[in-house]
Write a protein that binds this ligand. Sequence first.
Ligand code: ATP
Length: 362
Amino acid sequence: MAVVRLEALRKVYPNGHVAVADASFETADGELLVLVGPSGCGKTTLLRMIAGLESISSGTLRIDGRVVNALPPKDRDIAMVFQNYALYPHMTVAENLGFGLRLRGHPREAVAQRVREVAQVLELEPLLAARPGAMSGGQQQRVALGRAMVRDPKLFLLDEPLSNLDARLRLSTRVEIARLHRRLGASMIYVTHDQIEAMTLGQRIVVLDRGVIQQIDTPMNLYRRPANRFVAGFLGSPAMNFLPGTLHMDHTGTALHGPHGSLALPALALPQAWHGRTVTLGVRPEDLHPVAAATPASMAAQLEVVEPVGNEVFVNLRMGDTPLVARMPPCDLPAPGSVMHVAPAPAQLHFFDADTGARLSG
Ligand code: ATP
């Protein structure tokens, strides 16, 4: 399969907008790498540069060691699957699947054989004679994937391929793609703005914000050790809670002095040099626990809304201007408007520089 290497790849649109700023990374052979970030962060631009559909302003793009900056898309041995499947409505599934091969002059019987193979993998055999208009979104998406697969490309580029599907289909097609990736052993670069999709599908994830790569790592490493406040807030649902304040350390221990008073942070061995530092404390919702009564290590917050999701509840609280979310097993909770005391789990805290947002690690 294919190894893609980006060296300081940059895209400046003619209006001067820097859509991708010096992106560098290398995929592993056969890897499913996800590019994730909010709308407008440059992920589609980056994918289109890899596909050859967008010119490269500067930097070097290599596929399997060969510089391909100027190579036309058709010579890159890449298949791209877009958000809108763009199937030909007047053609059957079989004709849609075989169209690319026929265009390249492959013999009729060879095309039919390859179409049958792909249809079998994607469980599309019963639909080979159907037309796209008579099929569900999920089925159409599988045909779009199949159309990419028939050529047996060395690299698949997928741009938000599930975004037109409803929630249930998105889930099952996501599993389908993961299964397919395992079966084909193909290299895939997958673009999404959906962090759940990124976390569940990606072997590694590239997090982008405003054209700049923020962090590249496995889903769990990104979750456990986000490199900065942006990554910390982007990955995880509900999002991480952030508390501003100044660290205070003395012989009695460590505390965060913030707009909401003093929060003791017991049993933390932070570097002494952090004393007096202005930070943002990050606490994941699952690390914010209710306590029966106020302690120096707890915060008093007003309960606003409880969102039950079945196996757990999201408890939305407010402490002055600061919203807080705690995630806990279903339990009896006080009525909205009541005051609850919650304490962060000391072992799971994240500290970020208040100015730069960079993770502080001791
Ligand atoms: P989305 O998830 O909304 O598709 P994206 O992360 O894929 O967003 P891109 O489509 O890559 O983002 O666009 C990156 C930035 O470049 C955006 O701010 C966009 O407005 C800008 N942009 C895209 N195409 C052009 C263009 N042809 N000329 C100028 N700016 C552009």
